[in-house]
Design a protein around this ligand. Structure first.
Ligand code: GDP
Ligand code: MG
Length: 166
């Protein structure tokens, strides 16, 4: 099985940290230096059974000007070309305008969207369910997966679930 996956989310939610965990540090660091390139390959996760290509989608942010608008629509058009979109949020922070902006666009995405709840190491487990319910009331997610990208906690579950959508 092989497929394409895009990770979206507002700055600092942990997208690069997750990529580093999955595909190795060097590639993700390189991709951070080339934020202007569209649909750039950020990394490839390969096992004997599968290959997942992670695609960068720069420009997914609240546009401040016309060029921003253009970049956003370009980035979101890439959604049609991926097998899964990972929408990453930070569970240790309140849902904000940056999250809401992306979720508005996710509603028109053709690909299944996983809600990836990152930084679960920073909250008490009891806090997780209300957060999940809040996000799920806004977007119909194909899967909901809590992780800690920095610890690597539950990243194996995320990878296993991705295989089912390739
Ligand atoms: P990006 O902007 O979405 O690519 O976010 P980064 O991957 O650069 O992460 C932003 C910050 O969050 C960094 O300081 C990371 O070390 C930290 N971070 C990422 N994942 C986790 C996590 O699971 N737990 C905690 N506590 N911090 C994390
Ligand atoms: Mg990053």
């Amino acid at each position: 099985k092989s497929g394409f996956v895009s990770i979206v989310g507002r700055p600092n939610v942990g997208k690069s940290t997750l990529l580093n965990k999955i595909v190795g540090q060097k590639i993700a660091i390189m991709s951070d230096k080339a934020q202007t390139t569209r649909n750039k390959i950020q990394g490839i996760y390969t096992t004997p059974e599968s290959q997942i290509v992670f695609i960068d989608t720069p420009g997914i942010h609240k546009p401040k000007h016309r060029l921003g608008d253009f970049m956003v629509s370009s980035a979101f058009s890439a959604f049609r070309e991926v097998d899964v979109i990972l929408f990453m949020v930070n569970v240790a922070e309140k849902r904000g305008p940056g999250d809401n902006f992306i979720m508005e666009r996710l509603k028109t995405a053709k690909s299944p969207v996983f809600l990836v709840l990152n930084k679960i190491d920073k909250i008490h487990p009891d806090q997780l369910l209300p957060i999940i319910e809040d996000y799920r009331s806004l977007v119909d997610f194909a899967q909901v997966i809590p992780i800690s990208a920095s610890d690597g906690n539950n990243v194996d579950t995320l990878l296993a679930e991705l295989q089912n959508y390739l």
